[in-house]
Design a binder for this molecule. Structure first.
Ligand SMILES: Nc1ncnc2c1ncn2[C@@H]1O[C@H](COP(=O)(O)OP(=O)(O)OP(=O)(O)O)[C@@H](O)[C@H]1O
Ligand SMILES: [Mg+2]
Length: 226
């Protein structure tokens, strides 16, 4: 098992967005999360990415615990516990969030270098390998502004893979892409699941894409049985 969420609850004042929700994702699975606007998809993504705190529940990846419910509330761990959890998880944002003033390869090595995960030469070698995997070997030294939407998306994926996470999350990965680029990204995601055994969670409104690449489709109406 990769990500395990148990008894998750989250409310904003009296708006209960997520109510005692259980969720699991295993290596090789591609879970598609569909659902109407306002049903909590982004809230769920933000919670499992440690961008927002849960009220209740336990959240862990491969035994690395982000939060543990103590019977009353979700208790968050120390900074180093949170970091250990976060290194198990990669996130690709809807707007990619690439650093515009850094080249593609610098974008990839920035975070692991700051965390002193490995020395610079090792990280550059690893980054080159990942750029090759996503079909962008020739773009290592250019700036993000010179890339197409689909290419930026693939750089963001390569960057998310630098810490070798077991779970990858995508928020609306195809919303800014034409069908051909969406298909390319879809093929890449399928490969990451089948060959690298990543567990992948995708929030999307694109049902064509979801049905093409999903191994499971879930509805965000289950968050609070709305
Ligand atoms: N920071 C916040 N403060 C207060 N309420 C919030 C906050 N973030 C989200 N909400 C509320 O939580 C509910 C779920 O919002 P969320 O953004 O998770 O929905 P969503 O499923 O991602 O919607 P969409 O498909 O439109 O992106 C909504 O009722 C929203 O108003
Ligand atoms: Mg949303």
């Amino acid at each position: 098992m990769s990500l395990k969420v148990k008894g998750l609850s989250k409310a904003y004042k009296d708006n209960v967005v997520i109510d005692n929700y259980d969720f699991e994702i295993n290596p090789g699975e591609v879970v598609i999360l569909l659902g109407r606007s306002g049903t909590g998809k982004t809230t769920f993504m933000r919670i499992i990415n440690n961008l927002e705190e849960a009220d209740r529940g336990t959240i862990e990846i491969n035994g690395k615990v982000l939060a543990k419910d103590n019977g009353e509330k979700a208790v968050y761990g120390t900074l180093s516990d949170r970091r250990a959890y976060q290194n198990e998880l990669g996130m690709v944002f809807q707007d990619y969030q690439l650093f515009p003033n850094l080249t593609v390869i610098q974008n990839l090595i920035e975070a692991p270098l700051a965390q002193k995960i490995a020395d610079k030469d090792t990280l550059i070698e690893q980054a080159k390998g990942l750029l090759e995997d996503v079909g962008l070997s020739d773009k290592a030294d250019v700036y993000p502004a010179t890339l197409s939407g689909g290419q930026k998306q693939r750089v963001a994926i390569a960057r998310a893979l630098m810490l070798n996470p077991s779970v990858l999350c995508f928020d609306e990965p195809t919303s800014a892409l034409d069908r051909e680029s969406a298909d390319q990204v879809g093929a890449l995601i399928t490969e990451l699941a089948t060959e690298k055994q990543k567990a992948i969670l995708i929030v999307t409104h694109d049902t064509v894409f979801g049905e093409q690449i999903g191994t499971q489709i879930k509805s965000s109406t289950e968050f609070a049985n709305k």
